[in-house]
Design a protein around this ligand. Structure first.
Ligand code: SF4
Length: 393
């Protein structure tokens, strides 16, 4: 089979990719080994046959979107889920191959696969490399096996280590590790131990979120019942200190915080996520996947049975007004530490709000940009909600 890289370089040589617009591609793989206790994502276990059928449907959906290739070149690809690493290496390669048949890849396209420890093998990683995958995002969450058990994760820290080292051995030089703080029974010392064990491995990128207990998850039910181990959530003060610890500790270890919950070694910020926050157009494939194309937001249907029959429908299509676009620019752009370029339109529409938030010390200006201050990041929900507009503009 030809690789995405081969097709990419030939098409780059043959076509003026640089003249096309940038596009991110998101591929939703809604399957997991089993459901984690805290998870409310669109994902569930599925048989090998269902997974195979899904891949076939995904390839068909990509082919039918072929006209996008006339306007766009692919800058980033992100396999998210679910657990995309549950697919066979061959299936991942086939999806990339199909994409490369209908759209140009930029020469340096970032191609990420989300992986769960315990689902990676040497053969699969080899297939990823051959297909052009150059970034792995590994969902570890904690280096403490008690916490992993509580979360209902399928793996231990030791299994993560094996997969991590295998990925390095196979030549992956851009690895993210997902972590989660504020877990039941977790202390500041415990969280710092997780940070220490992970940073000792020197991944290029770390995402660190606090646990959110979502209604409708087994975790929520057990928390409400007061089941042993589930009740003792860190109090607000400890949660806050963990958040401070994360920022300080990762800074000391050479990680630059570039978004509220994302840290990277210089040059390794996730380009795919940055493109969301910068409102670059993206096309999502798969059940429930979202897209933003030329000022319209789309959401694919979440109906798996229909999807397997190759019936591709949208659950919603939402053309954005100028007001929506401006609000999104603020909500999404201000999540980045560098903030957004301050435009004349923003000054006109948000003049009073900008002055007030600056006086409150939660927003700052500099170099023609506005950005959240440290205090602003702490109360980001409040600051971002101040950019909601009452009327169309
Ligand atoms: S692996 Fe991820 S998507 Fe799957 S159940 Fe766990 S948290 Fe949810």
């Amino acid at each position: 089979m030809r690789t995405a890289e081969q097709n990419t370089s030939e098409k780059m040589a043959a076509g003026p990719a640089a003249r096309k617009q940038r596009l991110g591609v998101y591929l939703h793989i809604p399957f997991c080994v089993r459901k984690c206790a805290y998870c409310d994502f669109l994902s569930a276990p599925a048989s090998r046959e269902t997974r195979e059928q899904y891949v076939e449907a995904l390839k068909e959906e990509i082919r039918r979107a072929g006209e996008l290739g006339e306007r766009y070149r692919i800058e980033t690809v992100f396999f998210g889920g679910g657990t995309p690493s549950l697919l066979e290496g061959r299936q991942t390669a086939e999806i990339l191959e199909t994409l490369s048949q209908v759209m140009l890849f930029a020469g340096d396209t970032e191609i990420t696969v989300e992986c769960n420890p315990g689902t990676l093998t040497e053969e699969k990683l080899g297939a990823y490399r051959a297909a052009g995958v150059n970034r792995l995002s590994i969902g570890l969450q904690s280096a403490d096996n008690r916490e992993l058990l509580l979360l209902g994760r399928i793996h231990t820290f030791e299994e993560f280590l094996e997969n991590y080292e295998l990925a390095r051995k196979k030549g992956f030089r851009n690895l993210n590790v997902d972590l989660m703080s504020a877990l039941p029974g977790q202390t500041r010392e415990g969280w710092l131990r997780t940070l220490e064990k992970v940073t000792d491995l020197e991944p290029e990128h770390i995402s660190a979120y606090s646990l959110i207990i979502e209604e409708g998850t087994p975790f929520y039910d057990r928390y409400r019942e007061g089941a042993p181990g589930f009740r003792e959530l860190p109090d607000e003060d400890t949660d806050r200190r963990m958040y401070e610890d994360t920022k300080r500790y990762l800074g000391e270890r050479g990680y630059e915080r570039y978004e509220i919950s994302n840290y990277a070694k210089p040059g390794y910020a996730c380009r795919h996520n940055l493109s969301y926050w910068e409102r670059v157009d993206y096309k999502g494939f798969g059940t429930g996947a979202a897209s933003l194309l030329e000022g319209v937001r789309y959401k694919n249907s979440t109906d798996l049975a229909a999807y397997l029959k190759k019936e591709f429908t949208y659950e919603s299509v939402f053309p954005l007004s100028r007001k929506d676009e401006l609000e999104e620019t603020m909500f999404l752009g201000l999540r980045k530490m560098e903030g957004v370029v301050l435009t004349e339109l923003m000054r006109n529409i948000y003049g009073d709000t900008l002055d007030r938030l600056t006086r409150e010390g939660v927003l700052a200006c500099g170099g023609g940009r506005i950005f959240l201050t440290d205090r602003g990041i702490d109360v980001s929900n409040y600051v971002l909600s101040e950019f909601l507009l009452d009327e169309e503009i």
